[in-house]
Design a protein around this ligand. Structure first.
Ligand SMILES: *Cc1c(COP(=O)(O)O)cnc(C)c1O
Length: 353
């Protein structure tokens, strides 16, 4: 059974961790009245698309609060991170850097081969922010994760070259999915539990997009530690191999270790559904585009084609297939990313047709 004593324990240990104040929390939790009527299920939404502090916030801000707590304590000046050219995480890292007068250095993998010319969406914002961009072009027959390793290798060398000493630089892993970063979503879960209590609702299921896994790891860690009965559904947005469950479980455990808490999250505890990836990461799918239209036309809420659209496609499919009991309270965790609506046609696909 859900344990209030454990909630208090987790809360007490997490407030002791150094944290930079980047976003506006708690983010709103509200009902999607029109979709709820359409599907006969009480669908709520957690507005992490509105984390602030810039116009384009998102789920990475929760992680970056804890990462920048660490960065500021270390006194690092050069902040490195990695992602695809349209990475929300990279752009949000650049925002955070600029708030603290630090230098963002972004290794961006050109997964969809969009190049540097005529930048749009996040690539545009990265350049407005004056981030140093290292564009990593994919070599023939190279896979995404291989290009990522290559980028991490190169960045390590560059970091050492420009730094006087080891504390001058800080490498943030892709998606901010380190144990420290993951604490952001352990904390996010606690934030949700409080809102659930205040609004007198009883959430049975949470749907969210899962990429690097940090968000899901943090939520799962708290969920398991609290013995909570909420079912998590990490809707997968990229093809992943079998190691994903184990590494996400390990991330959950390592995050709790930061708090001096042991719980033993196992790979079976990581709940993902890979039915809605479509062709792959950053490749548009018809179901995601449909979900974007459904949310926009019925609620006036924007989703994005890479993450939240695919997660919402999963949610809608579950609803249409009757996998969720009528009258229950469920939650869609909006993780942001809507600036991808201003990316090119390679990302948007046939959204308007
Ligand atoms: C990064 C991201 C996710 C996935 O979060 P992970 O912690 O990497 O799994 C989901 N939605 C959006 C909009 C994102 O930018």
């Amino acid at each position: 059974m859900y344990s209030l004593a454990k909630y208090n324990l987790l809360k007490k240990s997490i407030v002791k961790v150094k944290r930079a104040e980047l976003g506006y929390f708690p983010t709103k939790l509200h009902k999607l009245e029109n979709l709820a009527k359409m599907y006969g299920v009480n669908i709520y939404i957690k507005r992490d698309d509105l984390t602030g502090f810039s116009t384009f916030g998102g789920n990475k801000i929760r992680k970056l609060e804890f990462l920048f707590g660490d960065i500021l304590e270390q006194g690092a000046k050069y902040i490195f991170t990695y992602g695809a050219t349209q990475s929300n995480h990279a752009m949000q890292t650049a925002i955070a850097c600029r708030k603290y007068g630090l230098k963002p250095i972004l290794y961006l993998i050109d997964v969809i081969n969009e190049g540097r010319e005529k930048p749009r969406a996040n690539m545009l914002l990265d350049q407005v922010l004056g981030a140093e961009i290292k564009l990593i072009e994919m070599e023939a027959s190279e896979e995404e994760f291989e290009a990522m390793y290559r980028a991490q290798d190169e960045s390590q060398r560059y970091a050492e070259e420009i730094s006087q000493n080891k504390n001058d630089y800080y490498l943030i892993p892709p998606g901010g999915a380190s144990p420290k970063g993951t604490l952001g979503f352990v904390n996010g879960y606690l934030e949700l539990k409080k809102q659930e209590f205040e609004q007198n609702i009883n959430i049975s299921d949470i749907f969210l997009a899962t990429g690097t896994g940090g968000t899901l790891a943090g939520l799962t860690a708290a969920n398991i530690f609290l013995n909570d009965d909420i079912n998590l559904h990490g809707i997968n947005v990229s093809h992943k191999d079998d190691s994903y469950l184990a590494s996400t479980a390990e991330l959950a455990n390592d995050a709790l270790s930061e708090l001096g808490v042991e719980v033993g999250v196992k790979r079976e505890d990581i709940k993902i559904d890979s039915s809605y990836v479509g062709e792959g990461y950053e490749i548009p799918s018809q179901a995601a585009n449909q979900a974007i239209k459904i949310f926009a036309e019925n609620e006036g809420i924007f989703l994005d084609p890479v993450y939240t659209g695919k997660a919402a496609a999963g949610l809608i499919d579950y609803l249409e297939k009757g996998k969720i009991e009528e009258g229950t309270d469920i939650l869609f965790w909006h993780t942001g990313g809507t600036n991808a609506l201003f990316a090119g046609p390679k990302i948007l696909g046939d959204l308007l047709s």
